[in-house]
Design a protein around this ligand. Structure first.
Ligand code: C2O
Length: 576
C-alpha cells in the first residue's frame, strides 16, 4: 500500500495517515481472523448399542468440535494429549502451503504427540471454501477423534447459490462395540482383516434401526418451504456409503471444499475422506423423513451391512418424532450395496463450477497400480499368519508396500538431512506389466516392503493414473493426497489405455478434489501442479488398507526463494 501526501499542513496529513492506518487495521481484521482453540484429547465414557466404552474424544465430545472459519482465516489449535496413546491431528483437505508441519500424519510430517505432551497446529486457509474435516492420524484413533471444518466465503462474498436458511453438518461414521485400537492391534498381530464395525453413525448416533439407539437418533427440524445446506462428510473408517433423504431431492453444490456445477440427485455416493455439500428444499408434506446411509461395497470381503438413520422433522408435522412413535418416518430408497452403476453415474456428474486451471502439458506422467497383496509365511500355521491360506494381508502401490518409519518422521529427517529414514526411488510405473484388472498370476501377489518416496520438481505438472488391481479382490480405493487439491480428469473400467483414454479426458471443467476412488477393477486419472513444497502422504483412505501399506509420499522439492520453500518448523514440533 502506498501513502500519498495530501494537503500542505503537516497536522492534517498526519491525521489522514492515522485514519488510513486505522482503516487498514480494521480491514485486516474484517478480512482474516485468527481462531484459537484447545483440543484436549482424552478418554471419556461413551454409550452406544447398550454398552459404555472408554472412548478417546476431543474435549469430551464425540464427534469432536465443529470448526467454523472463513477463507483466509488462521487457525491456532493447541492439541493436548491426555490419552494413553500417541496421537496426531490432521486437517483433511487443508492445503497447508509450505507448511507441512501442520499437516499431521504420524511419522510423515511429525513425530506423534506422546501422552502428557502437547503441540500447537497453526495454519491459514488459502482459497478454499466449503466443507472439510479434521481427524486423528495415528493408528485407528480417527474412529472416534474427528469433526467438521466449515469454511465460509470471505466476509462480504456470497455463496454461488441461494443463501440457505440453515446449515447442518452430517458426519457419517462407524462404531465398534469395542476399542478400535484393539481391533487394529488384533488384525496386525494375526495378519487377518480387521473386524467390521457394529454400526454406522450419523453425527455419532447409529439411529432408530439399532438396539438401544432410538432415543438419541439425530433429529433435524425444518420449516416448510425453506432450503437448507447439508454438509456431508464421510468420516467412516472403511465404508463408502450411499446417502439419501426420503422424498427429497438433493442438489450438489460442492465437494471437498470446491464448488461444483449444481445438479439434482436422489442419492449421493461418498467415500471415506470425501465431503459433499447439498441443498435440500423442504417442499414435501409436513411429516418426518428419514435420512439414511448404508455401505457401498465393492470388495469381495465382509462389510458392515447395517443402516444408519437420522430424522428430518418438519416443525409443523402432526406428531413430534421424539414423543409420537406412532407415526414412523418415511424411509428413502437406497441403492443396493454393490450398485456400482449408480455410484459411477453419480461421480460422473461432478463438474467444477468455473473453468478449471488443469495442467495441459504434463512433466511427470505416473502410473500407479493400487491394490491388496498377500505376504507368504514360512510357517503358514503360525498365529501371525491368519490371512487367506496362511498368509498375511498387505497392500501396495506399484508393488511397494509402504512402511512408516519409527525413528523419525519423514519431514524431520528430510529437513535435518538425516540419512537412512527413507529413499526417493519410488517407481513411477509398476516394475512388471501384467493384466492388472484381469487374472493376475499368483507370483505377482506379494509386494515388497519399503519406505520409498517419489521426488517431484517444484511446479512440475503431474498426472497420476491410479489403476486398481484384482489381486485378492477388485475394490474402489479412495485415494487421498495431502497438501493438494487435484483435478479428476478421467476414469474407466478395466486397464487404462494410454493411447486412447487421454483423448476422453475432461480438461475443461473437471471436479477439484482431495480424495477420489478407483472404480472397482478400473482406473482414475488426476492432474495437479506440484506448487506446494514438502513431503505429502498419498494413501488409500480405507483404514484397513493404510496400515497394510497402501500409501507412498510425494517429496516436492523447494523452488527458488523464501516463497517457494518449506517454512521452518515450529519450536514445539514433537521429536521422536
Ligand atoms: Cu483424512 Cu491421511 O487423511
Amino acid at each position: 500500500m502506498e501513502f500519498h501526501k495530501v494537503g500542505a499542513k503537516p497536522c492534517s496529513s498526519y491525521l489522514f495517515f492515522a485514519i488510513l492506518l486505522l482503516f487498514a487495521f480494521l480491514a485486516s481484521f474484517a478480512d482474516a481472523a485468527v481462531h484459537f482453540h484447545e483440543f484436549v484429547i482424552e478418554a471419556k465414557p461413551v454409550k452406544r448399542l447398550c454398552r459404555t466404552h472408554s472412548t478417546i474424544t476431543v474435549n469430551g465430545q464425540f464427534p469432536g468440535p465443529t470448526l467454523e472459519v472463513r477463507d483466509g482465516d488462521t487457525l491456532v489449535i493447541k492439541a493436548i494429549n491426555r490419552a494413553r496413546y500417541n496421537v496426531t491431528l490432521h486437517w483433511h483437505g487443508v492445503r497447508q502451503l509450505r507448511n507441512p508441519w501442520a499437516d499431521g500424519p504420524e511419522f510423515v510430517t511429525q513425530c506423534p504427540i506422546r501422552p502428557g505432551q502437547s503441540y500447537t497446529y497453526q495454519f491459514t486457509i488459502q482459497n478454499q471454501q466449503g466443507t472439510l474435516w479434521w481427524h486423528a492420524h495415528s493408528k485407528w484413533l480417527r474412529a472416534t477423534v474427528y469433526g467438521a471444518l466449515i469454511i465460509y466465503p470471505k466476509l462480504g462474498s456470497p455463496y454461488p447459490f441461494p443463501m440457505p436458511k440453515r446449515e447442518i453438518p452430517i458426519l457419517l461414521g462407524e462404531w465398534w462395540d469395542r476399542n478400535p485400537m484393539d481391533v487394529l492391534r488384533l488384525a496386525l498381530s494375526t495378519g487377518a482383516a480387521p473386524n467390521i464395525s457394529d454400526a454406522l453413525t450419523i453425527n455419532g448416533q447409529p439411529g432408530d434401526l439399532y438396539r438401544c439407539s432410538s432415543k438419541e437418533t439425530a433429529i433435524f427440524p425444518v420449516e416448510v418451504g425453506e432450503t437448507i445446506l447439508l454438509r456431508i462428510i464421510n468420516s467412516a473408517m472403511n465404508e463408502e456409503m450411499f446417502f439419501g433423504v426420503a422424498n427429497h431431492k438433493l442438489t450438489v453444490v460442492a465437494v471437498d471444499s470446491a464448488y461444483t456445477k449444481p445438479f439434482a440427485t436422489n442419492v449421493i455416493t461418498i467415500a471415506p475422506g470425501q465431503t459433499t455439500d447439498v441443498l435440500l428444499t423442504a417442499d414435501q408434506t409436513p411429516a418426518h423423513y428419514y435420512m439414511a446411509a448404508h455401505a457401498y461395497n465393492t470388495a469381495n470381503a465382509p462389510f458392515d451391512n447395517t443402516t444408519t438413520t437420522a430424522i428430518l422433522e418438519y416443525k409443523s408435522a402432526p406428531f413430534s418424532a421424539k414423543k409420537g412413535q406412532s407415526l414412523k418416518p418415511i424411509f428413502p430408497q437406497l441403492p443396493g450395496f454393490n450398485d456400482t452403476a449408480t455410484a459411477i453415474a453419480f461421480t460422473a456428474q461432478l463438474r467444477s463450477l468455473s473453468k478449471a486451471k488443469v495442467p495441459l502439458e504434463i512433466d511427470e506422467s505416473l502410473f500407479f497400480t493400487v491394490g491388496l497383496g498377500l505376504i507368504n509365511c514360512t510357517n503358514p500355521n503360525s498365529r501371525r499368519c491368519q490371512g487367506p491360506n496362511g498368509t498375511r494381508f498387505a497392500a501396495s502401490i506399484n508393488n511397494v508396500s509402504f512402511v512408516f518409519p519409527r525413528r523419525n518422521s519423514l519431514m524431520q529427517a528430510y529437513y535435518q538431512g538425516q540419512p537412512g529414514i527413507f529413499t526417493t526411488d519410488f517407481p513411477p510405473f509398476p516394475p512388471v506389466q501384467y493384466d492388472y484388472s484381469g487374472n493376475v498370476p499368483r507370483g505377482l501377489w506379494q509386494p515388497v516392503k519399503a519406505t520409498k518416496l517419489l521426488k517431484l520438481k517444484y511446479r512440475s505438472k503431474v498426472q497420476i493414473v491410479f489403476q486398481d488391481t484384482s489381486i485378492v479382490t477388485v475394490e474402489d480405493h479412495p485415494m487421498h493426497l495431502h497438501g493438494y487439491q487435484f483435478y479428476v480428469v478421467g476414469s474407466g473400467f478395466g486397464n487404462f489405455d494410454p493411447k486412447n483414454d487421454p483423448a476422453k479426458f475432461n480438461l475443461i471443467d473437471p471436479p477439484e478434489r482431495n480424495t477420489i476412488g478407483t472404480p472397482p477393477g478400473g482406473w482414475v486419472a488426476i492432474r495437479f501442479e506440484a506448487d506446494n513444497p514438502g513431503i505429502w502422504l498419498l494413501h488409500c483412505h480405507l483404514d484397513s488398507h493404510l496400515p497394510w501399506g497402501l500409501a507412498t509420499a510425494l517429496l516436492v522439492e523447494n523452488g527458488v526463494g523464501k516463497l517457494q520453500t518449506v517454512q521452518p518448523p515450529p519450536l514445539d514440533l514433537p521429536r521422536c
